[in-house]
Design a protein around this ligand. Sequence first.
Ligand SMILES: O=C(O)CCC(=O)C(=O)O
Length: 276
Amino acid sequence: MTTDIESYKKNGFLLLRNFFKKEEVDLILKDAKNIFLKQFVQKKYTEVTILENIKEAEFNAMMYRLFEEDLECLANCGKQAQHLISLHSLSICKSVVELLNAIGLITPIISTRPVLYFNHPKLAKEKVFYKVDAHQDWRSMQGSLNSVVIWLPLIDINKDLGALEIIPGSHLQGLKTNHIDYGFGMVEMTAEEKSKLISVKVKQGDVLIFSSLLIHQSGENITESPRWSCHFRYNDLDDETFKSRKYAHAYIYKPIDTLITPDFPGLQEIEKIFLK
Ligand SMILES: O=C(O)CCC(=O)C(=O)O
C-alpha cells in the first residue's frame, strides 16, 4: 500500500478496482430499487413484485412516471433509500475502516450519513439534483483536514452515464470555495482547471476514495438510465486541527414540526397492529 499512499497524497485520490464484491454492492442497488418497486405496486403501475422479473427499461419508465405523477412519493422513496441497512453496513465494514487507516486516518469517524444517488435529468426539477458542478466536499463537511469521501458506483458507470469528473492534485490548492449552494461548496473553475478534469470510468465493485478537498463534479448523464451511486464521508478524530476546532460538526438532522398525514394514526389503525 506504500506506493498507493504516495500516489494518494500527490493526486488526492485512489481508484481501487474490485474493492468490494459485486454482490455486496448489488445488494444496495436491489434494496434501493425495491423501495421504489413497492410504491409502483401500491400505485398499480405493475403487478410484478419481484425486481428480477422487471426489465431495466420498464423499471426506469416507472421511475420517470412516478416523478411526473407523484414527486412527493418519488422523493420519499429516495429519502428511504438513504437509510438502507445494506448501505449503512457497507459504509462501516472492516475493509472500509482498514482502507481509512491505510490512507492515514488514525481514528476514523463518520462525518455524515451515507448518500445514495440516482441521477437523471428526468428525475430532477433542477439541474443540481442530477448534475453537481465543480465543488469541494470539505466546505460542507468542515471536519478533519484529512477527511475523505468514498464514492462507489452501484452500477458500471462510463462517461455517457455521467461518471464523476475530478481534478487530480487539486486538493493541494486548499479551500477554493467561498459559498455553499444546495449543500455543496461550489468552486469557480478557470479555463485551465476545466481542462484538467478527468472522467473516472468505474465498474460495480470499484471504489474511488478522495480527499474532501479534491475538486470534483458530476459528468453529464446522456443515457436513458439513472446513474446509481453512493458516497460515504469520514473524518479523523486524531487530526490536530479537528481537535482544536472542538470537533466542528456541520450537519443538521432533525424532525419536521408538522404532522405529514393529518389525523393519523387513529385508534382503529393502532388496534389493527396490536389487537389483531
Ligand atoms: O456524485 C456526483 O455526481 C456529485 C455528488 C458529489 O460529488 C457529492 O455528493 O459530493
